[in-house]
Design a protein around this ligand. Structure first.
Ligand SMILES: Cc1cc2nc3c(=O)[nH]c(=O)nc-3n(C[C@H](O)[C@H](O)[C@H](O)COP(=O)(O)OP(=O)(O)OC[C@H]3O[C@@H](n4cnc5c(N)ncnc54)[C@H](O)[C@@H]3O)c2cc1C
Length: 331
């Protein structure tokens, strides 16, 4: 299997490695792509972004939540961050994952948690809450919950459209007045519901971006590191003389930072996805799955001479990961 997408997705899903990583601070170079383990360090990272004209969408990292206690703790951490962002007066909103606040426990319980978050954000100057989309089954439920929140009158909540899904174009049509983030899609989906090849996904991504930009009545976030797509979007905006007040680009914290700043300096709105928290391991492994070149971050963290005391831990974790990879390959 080697250092392939499937290998890193497997590692990201390994609960033993996740639990081990949680005990330590940001290791393996994760500090380059995770803003901090706590609220103050994350606020500080957002202030730096804001000083460059970049806003933030903040994500409390968390995986494998299957109990009410863990889901409630995650909800409370999100509520705490909403308060902290509001009190600090930084330009930021939040992204949440419904599996972290109980979607796998009970849908109604999860709905109550999302509603508490969206209500709290509404009181914090109508802060926006983005519900990230996950694998297909969870995504379907995320849209159902969005519909329920809309029916209750909430306007400060939106979600993400994954271009690899056949249903993406219908969702663009249905949610014209909802703030949406448009992405290619990060999970491995079945051919019965999703495009499989990079070409097909890229083609559909451009198609839904154009469809959305010509029809939207709410904010659109184009979330990609793909410079070809970004350049295409910029040309499309110019060609159709579109108002950029309702358009922004998004990238992940720590990725292509120079390009992020360049786009912001050109006058486009730019928002960075800022993950924080102790549960950084799964997130970091998925970034490696998307782009094994990101391993550079790991190598740098291990081989930089003045690197912190976590080198031993980092090296051990990589070695463990490789052993696990070999085991996985045998099956
Ligand atoms: C802000 C944000 C939020 C997201 N939210 C979700 C979500 O809720 N649900 C979901 O399923 N997915 C989400 N994703 C992930 C998304 O679906 C893709 O899996 C991910 O962004 C990789 O695709 P890409 O468009 O960035 O470019 P890719 O298709 O990975 O890359 C295209 C090309 O861009 C260039 N490139 C890409 N990355 C780099 C880099 N780091 N350095 C240099 N060149 C690079 C390379 O030339 C590469 O060939 C999110 C992504 C972002 C940025």
């Amino acid at each position: 299997m080697g250092l392939t997408r499937d290998f890193f997705i497997y590692l990201s899903e390994n609960q033993t490695l996740n639990a081990a990583a949680k005990k330590y601070g940001l290791a393996l170079g994760a500090n380059k792509v995770v803003a901090g383990v706590d609220v103050p360090s994350t606020i500080e990272a957002i202030r730096v972004l804001n000083s460059k004209g970049i806003t933030a969408t903040v994500d409390n990292l968390g995986e494998f939540v299957f109990s009410r206690e863990e889901a409630t703790a995650a909800k409370n951490a999100i509520l705490e961050m909403i308060d902290a962002l509001h009190n600090a007066g930084v330009k930021a909103h939040m992204s949440i994952k419904l599996t972290q606040i109980g979607l796998d426990v009970d849908k109604e319980f999860c709905y109550d948690n999302v509603k508490a978050i969206v209500e709290k954000a509404k009181q914090a100057d109508n802060m926006h809450i983005n519900m990230d989309t996950e694998d297909y089954n969870h995504t379907v439920q995320t849209f159902e919950i969005l519909d329920q929140l809309k029916a209750e009158g909430y306007t400060n909540v939106g979600t993400v459209i994954q271009a690899y899904l056949f249903r993406a174009s219908d969702e663009i049509e249905k949610y014209k007045d909802v703030r949406l983030r448009l992405v290619k899609g990060a999970y491995k989906e079945d051919a019965s519901v999703a495009y499989q090849s990079k070409e097909d996904i890229d083609t559909n991504y451009i198609k839904i971006i154009e469809q959305r930009l010509l029809s939207a009545k709410a904010m659109t976030s184009i979330a990609t590191h793909d410079h070809n797509i970004i350049n295409h979007v910029k040309l499309f905006i110019k060609k159709h003389n579109l108002n950029t007040d309702l358009i922004e680009f998004q990238m992940l914290y720590g990725f292509r930072s120079e390009l992020q700043e360049e786009i912001a300096k050109e006058g486009y709105q730019f928002c960075v996805y800022v993950p924080y928290g102790q549960d950084w391991y799964g997130y970091f492994m998925r970034r490696l799955a998307e782009r094994p070149q990101n391993l550079q971050l790991v190598y740098k963290s291990i081989f930089t001479p003045d690197v912190n005391k976590k080198v031993g831990i980092a090296a051990g974790a990589v070695a463990g990961a490789v052993v696990l990879g070999k085991l996985f390959k045998r099956k």
